[in-house]
Write a protein of this length. Structure first.
Length: 256
């Protein structure tokens, strides 16, 4: 069975559900290590491009998923999972209330998660070089930054491993394209000396121009009644039926 989907950027195509043969993708340790599982799943299950949206690739050719926005990639993955097993997704997480800690069993419809489409402003900036610009309120410095694409996901995995003690500065610097008066080699140092006010502003600017699926959801503990926000659990077991779902928070850079 095929389904037609339109991703947040406007990329439109037909997808199919996973086949048993895709099990080898999930079991491939090399793909897991180098971050290639997402690309392999998308390539296998995306059967036809109907509208390339903001991308310049030939619709008659395979989609170069490394050049596709993270928001589009994750949306397509969710739709593939929903088409394969149905839209309902059940998972369990522990209550965040330390005095409680009860197991919270929750179920949601993946197709009802809020989707933020790529705005006209972001569309124009992306197709004209993928450069966005803002001025940091405290430092008064003009900076340029970009939206992340599939190729960035693998780099971010390595970046996280190499900068485990300073992940915020590393990820902020990774998205910068230019900083007024600062050489590219000094971007990391510039970010490390930013005020937290500017760092928070820059993170919110990234979110403002981006597109994708909202994966922060609110749930309620059946034991203590506290409402809490959690991130949708999403790892390799998300695509394996019958396997116990992970309670670990997802890695937002790679998702698998």
């Amino acid at each position: 069975m095929l389904d037609t989907i339109t991703c947040p950027s406007g990329l439109t195509g037909r997808i199919r559900g996973m086949k048993v043969s895709e099990e080898r993708v999930l079991a491939d340790k090399r793909l897991a290590r180098d971050g290639g599982q997402v690309d392999a799943l998308l390539s296998a299950c995306w059967t036809e491009t109907l509208d390339p949206g903001p991308y310049t690739f030939d619709p008659s050719q395979p989609v170069p998923w490394g050049k596709v926005l993270q928001g589009d990639r994750f949306y397509a993955l969710l739709q593939i999972r929903a088409l394969t097993y149905g839209p309902k997704y059940a998972f369990a997480v522990p209550c965040q209330n330390r005095a409680c800690g009860a197991r919270i069993d929750w179920e949601l419809d993946l197709r009802e998660l809020p989707v933020k489409t790529l705005s006209d402003e972001s569309h124009a900036a992306f197709v004209n070089g993928n450069r966005f610009e803002t001025v940091l309120p405290a430092a008064g410095t003009r900076v340029g930054f970009r939206l992340l694409v599939g190729d960035d996901e693998r780099r971010i995995q390595a970046l996280r491993r190499g900068a485990a003690d300073r992940p915020l500065s590393a990820l902020l610097a990774f998205r910068l394209t230019d900083v007024a008066g600062i050489e590219p080699r000094d971007h990391r140092r510039f970010v490390e000396h930013l005020s937290m006010r500017d760092a928070d502003f820059l993170s919110r600017e990234f979110d403002r121009v981006d597109c994708g699926v909202e994966t922060n959801i609110e749930i309620e503990c059946p034991e203590c009644g506290s409402r809490q926000e959690v991130e949708l659990p999403f790892d390799a077991s998300f695509f394996v039926p019958g396997r116990k779902r992970s309670n670990r928070p997802p890695d937002s850079s790679s998702r698998l």
